[in-house]
Design a protein around this ligand. Sequence first.
Ligand SMILES: *Cc1c(COP(=O)(O)O)cnc(C)c1O
Length: 427
Amino acid sequence: MSVPSINTLCVQAGYKPGNGEPRQIPIIQSTTFKYDTAAGMGALFDLEAEGYFYSRLQNPTCDHVAAKIAALEGGTAGMLTSSGQAANFFALFNICNAGDHIVSSSSIYGGTFNLISVTMAKMGITATFVDPDCSDEELDAAFRPNTRAVFGETIANPALTVLDIERFAAAAHRHGVPLIVDNTFPTPVGCRPIEWGADIVTHSTTKYMDGHGDCVGGAIVDGGHFDWMAHADKFPGLTTPDESYHGITYAERFGMGGAFITKATAQLMRDFGCVQSPINAYMLNLGLESLHVRMARHCENGQAVAEFLAQHPKVAYVDYCGLPGDKYHERAQKYLPNGSCGVVSFGVKGGREAAAAFMEHLRLAAIETHVADARTCCLHPASTTHRQMNDAQLAAAGVRPDLVRMSCGLEDKADLIADIAQALDKI
Ligand SMILES: *Cc1c(COP(=O)(O)O)cnc(C)c1O
């Protein structure tokens, strides 16, 4: 059989039951696993044998779902984490030590910006943020001898900028480090960054992958293409013996395809414990089974809403890469030919007050700090997440006072447009 399409992988990858076994992934809601001998369990601790011993490190339900996400991204190994925040922290901290440096796109999720610029700085890991549309010279100038990773988001939350993955991957590789891409917004249905040169892909599975607003979670996938041994001096954690793990050298023992995820599991999950629970992984998988069907509808609704807003006299501007006039339209044609996502950002004429009033008149769309849910929701950053800022401070943070971020759900697009139209009529 030829390689199955992404649609088939969404439904079936990651779990193949044997004869008489459950058709659905079993929920192994057990912290621990029983062994007949201490020696048998010892082999597991030494990573000599495959098997489970404690769910903080690995659990069969979580592993099936991680294997599905790895298959969707075209990677060689994957793991689940308790949240998207944990996924991005693990992906970076797995290869960055105190004294190291990260080059990151400045257009990223606020939580990740805090993680890198404040919390990881406290650990002695510094960062240089670059405009995702900077020149190659500016990008090269951001690197230092101690740079260990480049980070960006395929479609940034909330700015909706589209990353030029090939260009960022080429720059990372010129400097001998991997590119880590947070692919939360398009999901692998819309874009597979590894195919464009990214080395590691992360997700907040809380968003479209789960898709129903019920479980916080994250995932990391390794593309298996980055040669750690070729840059051994930069990545001693992977290329020299781990004395905290019986002297294993991950890159030697598990190769390019397995070293990164094995180290993140054996070391970071062991010590930080940001695990996803088996029941949450089970529910995440229910979301993944329909991801390809749902993403098409999210994109269709996002496109219809963006087109309606773009021609409305009370709307100041619309950011959506599916619109022909959008700054990122051309790049999106390359990286996101089948649609981007359901999130649309726009400005309501009349500024901060008009935007808040517009949202209060919505009937279907709920006001929430969330995106990528089956139900349409919206957020006015200036009066919620960024409410402590005045208009000048908002401008410096790249958040316009009139900006509304609307996450189009799976409802009928005609109903969504009618709801938006009546709310705009009332202001
Ligand atoms: C939400 C989000 C995160 C953080 O994920 P959590 O699951 O909320 O921890 C990271 N990156 C992006 C792009 C996000 O949208």
